[in-house]
Design a protein around this ligand. Structure first.
Ligand code: BV8
Ligand code: ZN
Length: 236
């Protein structure tokens, strides 16, 4: 399974950050303040009630300061540092725990909590504080024009061409901690498999797309990810 593998694409979802204490979308805590997450993560929700959507993201940005990367993030950072071939970690997560564990080859396809996007001048910038108070844009000075730099439902995920090239060139595609409920991320396994990659799923339970994978290993990311990385580097 390992000797003919050089190019790896990893896709991570909320399950990889669950053991750090960050809520997943579809667990029992899949609701937020009584709202279905899908109702808060849309441009329509933001137009209708910007204060509610800002409060949702301001709370998550604040929570992020109080949590730490876990063993799964650290194992992926070790793979990033030591894997001699190509590696791209595409994450659906908007937290920065992969980076805080030391991973470098990361792509946030759904944006980041710690980034803001100005609807006045289109600038994007690092942002750690609240946005609900309508702060001025550091680039153009406009107040109340900053939105979370997050990809909402109905919006195009970032860097899809780059992701597609990585998937079609992959020898191995590994999906970690995602329910396979949301597209286009949920379709990546099919793109990779069709292009000839081996496909592996590491998840607490089989996901909606499990049958697309050559192999599914169930367990907590904090256990199954370090074990898998050990296999890959042990043979590298
Ligand atoms: C787009 C950022 C088009 C926000 C997110 C009908 C059919 C097919 C598609 C659609 C459709 N209707 C609408 C669509 C499109 C829609 C979609 O897929 N909807 C779904 C609901 C059907 N998709 C979109 O809108 C996307 N854009 O299609 O654009 C387009 C084309 C042209 C021009 C313009 C636009 C954009 C989707 C992105 C939305 N943003 N996130 C934020 O974070 O606040 S989505 C969000 O949910 C995540 O980012 C992720 O992508 C998705 C799923 O979440 P997961 O990460 O998988 O987490 P989840 O809780 O679901 O699962 C956790 C898993 O972990 C579970 O399996 C659990 O068992 C496991 N787990 C738990 N604990 C552990 C664990 N595993 C291991 N260890 C543990 N300890
Ligand atoms: Zn601006």
């Amino acid at each position: 399974m390992i000797d003919d593998i050089s190019n790896i694409v990893v896709l991570t979802g909320a399950g990889v950050s669950a053991e750090s204490g960050l809520a997943t979308f579809r667990g029992p805590d899949g609701l937020w303040e009584g709202h279905r997450v899908e109702d808060v993560c849309t441009p329509e929700a933001f137009r209708r009630d910007p204060a509610l959507v800002h409060a949702f993201y301001d709370a998550r940005r604040e929570k992020l300061k109080a949590v730490e990367a876990n063993a799964a993030h650290r194992a992926l950072a070790r793979l990033d540092a030591e894997w001699p071939g190509k590696l791209l970690i595409v994450t659906q997560n908007v937290d920065d725990l992969h980076e805080r564990a030391g991973a470098k080859r990361i792509l946030h396809m759904h944006g980041e909590l710690k980034s803001a996007w100005c609807l006045g001048c289109d600038a994007r910038m690092k942002w750690e504080e609240d946005l609900g108070s309508g702060p001025p844009c550091p680039a153009c000075g406009a107040c109340g024009r900053l939105r979370p730099d997050i990809v909402w439902f109905g919006e195009m995920p970032y860097e899809m061409e780059r992701i597609d090239r990585a998937l079609t060139g992959a020898d191995l595609f590994v999906s970690i901690g995602t329910s396979g409920a949301v597209y286009p991320a949920a379709g990546f396994v099919q793109t990779a498999r069709y292009a000839g990659a081996r496909t592996l799923e590491l998840n607490l339970e089989p996901s909606l797309g499990s049958y697309h994978f050559h192999e599914t290993r169930t367990g907590r990311a904090g256990e199954v990810v370090p074990a898998w990385v050990g296999e890959m580097l042990g043979a590298a």
